[in-house]
Design a protein around this ligand. Structure first.
Ligand SMILES: [Mg+2]
Length: 77
């Protein structure tokens, strides 16, 4: 495990906490993440589509945005 210390404002800290929460949830629910970029892209596209749906349905889309960010983190590893 690594530990990082950074100074950011409260709203950014809450956003990052939200992303880390979704990342942990995704890793528990789907421990295996594909290595094939096109498969990763499919997952990212699905989550992006869920953001679009929530926006179109006039719902709070922030959880889906955090899930997009969590997928991006998994893609960056
Ligand atoms: Mg989602």
């Amino acid at each position: 495990m690594a530990k990082i210390t950074i100074e950011i404002d409260q709203q950014d800290a809450q956003a990052i906490e939200r992303i880390l929460h979704e990342l942990a949830h995704a890793r528990t629910k789907h421990p295996l993440f594909p290595r094939i970029p096109t498969s990763q892209l499919s997952i990212l596209a699905e989550e992006f589509g869920e953001v679009a749906k929530d926006i179109n349905d006039d719902k709070d889309y922030r959880t889906e945005v955090a899930q997009v960010a969590a997928v991006c983190i998994r893609m960056l590893r």
